[in-house]
Write a protein that binds this ligand. Structure first.
Ligand SMILES: C=C(NCc1c(COP(=O)(O)O)cnc(C)c1O)C(=O)O
Length: 385
């Protein structure tokens, strides 16, 4: 069953869930907590041997994720950054990676403070101009890593153009972090990516009650190496968390539709408010890549960023329905100040060059009643002129 054969919601509900897989035929996949599995002889091993190497509940989730992505192989890890660690483990000392200049602060920190210590060289570039990617290619370049839309500035990267620009270098692995949109609004593998990765912590789980990540690919060679890293590095999630994410995928379509509706309504409200300098949302005509948003994506999530004219600390502390907190993609609406919260680890000169200032607010618009969310923003804007 792939998304070419069935609708998105049907795949999310049925792919990997076949009750015939187990002899008790439970319709809801069982949560297998066992860390070890009985063998009928010392060798060869049965399908499952040890929890880190494979788990039936994790396999159900990985099968569902691969189907939703039009992928072939999916691997779950203990967090989004754990997924980054496993993917970076495909590189060797002396390799070079081209990285989008605007991305999650923790990803920036890993590239600058962790993988660099293992001899991985890096170049940050503004990938909204694909020529910058081409100009950054070196003989030892082995990976391109990007988000689109980017966190928190919502820059869009033309994935087909990036893939086309790298056609002459099939040795370069293109990795797309699709956390902000999920496979419901964007399918990077269909657009030329070799690996799509997620912080499942966010929209894919959508309930702010697990930390997890995933990588999905169509390539057997990368699949084999990612599976090896998943086991050898030991960065695996618990069966309990896998069961929670598998449950959440069943409502992903409904949740993303609601996040988009409320997020766009809030972006339009903010766009008309006198205390707001500028709103960044890919579906607003003012977005510099508005056209690309309508060809590369089939919608946008609840992520909205904007520059406030007034006191940002006052505004954030005046909110009553939005919660001042890091993370995104849950049913609860969150608001944060990237400059000192999620992107505090981005070097100050990079933040300044990107425009991640103390006036930039990032919202994750949740599933609350839209009118309540707009009223909350309105009262906070007026309380902090
Ligand atoms: C916690 C936040 N981001 C985590 C994140 C990560 C890291 O995922 P973790 O599950 O938090 O390890 C990767 N990619 C993107 C685009 C992300 O936004 C945040 O932006 O509030």
């Amino acid at each position: 069953m792939t998304s070419k054969e069935k609708g998105f919601a049907t795949i999310a509900i049925h792919a990997g869930q076949d009750p015939d897989q187990w002899n008790h035929y439970s319709v809801v996949p069982p949560m297998v907590m066992s860390t070890t599995f009985k063998q009928d002889s010392p060798a060869p091993p049965r399908e499952y041997v040890y929890g880190r190497s494979g788990n039936p509940t994790r396999n159900v989730l990985e099968t569902c994720l691969a189907a939703l992505e039009n992928g072939k192989h999916a691997f779950c890890f203990s967090s989004g950054l754990g997924t980054l660690t496993a993917i970076a483990g495909l590189l060797e000392a002396g390799d070079h990676i081209i990285v989008g200049d605007d991305l999650y602060g923790g990803t920036n920190r890993y590239i600058q403070k962790c993988s660099s210590k293992q001899g991985i060289k890096y170049t940050f570039v503004d990938m909204t101009d694909v020529q910058n990617v081409i100009d950054a290619i070196q003989p030892n370049t082995k990976m391109v890593w990007l988000e689109t839309p980017t966190n928190p500035l919502m820059k869009l990267i033309d994935l087909k153009a990036v893939a086309e620009s790298l056609k002459s270098r099939p040795d370069i692995i293109i990795v797309v972090d699709n956390t902000f949109l999920t496979c419901y609004f964007q399918k990077p593998l269909d657009l030329g990516a070799d690996i799509v990765m997620y912080s499942l912590t966010k929209y894919m789980n959508g309930h702010s009650d697990i930390v997890m990540g995933a990588a999905i690919t169509r390539r057997d060679d990368l699949g084999e190496r990612l599976k090896f890293n998943q086991n050898a590095m030991g960065i695996v999630p618990s069966p309990f968390d896998c069961a929670l994410v598998n449950r959440s995928l069943k409502t992903l379509e409904l949740r993303m539709q609601r996040h988009m509706k409320s997020g766009l309504a809030i972006a339009m409200f903010l766009d008309s408010h006198p205390n707001v300098e500028k709103v960044i949302h890919p579906l607003l005509r003012s977005h510099p890549q508005y056209e690309l948003a309508h060809t590369q994506q089939t919608g946008h999530s609840g992520m909205v960023s904007f520059y406030l004219k007034g006191d940002s600390k006052c505004f954030l502390q005046a909110l009553k329905v939005f919660t001042l907190a890091e993370s995104l993609g849950g049913y609860e609406s969150l608001a944060e100040l990237p400059s000192v919260m999620t992107h505090a680890s981005v070097p100050e000169d990079m933040r300044a060059k990107l425009g991640i200032t103390d006036q930039l607010i990032r919202l994750s618009v949740g599933l609350e009643t839209e009118e309540d969310l707009i009223a909350d923003l309105k009262q906070a804007l007026e309380a902090c002129q």
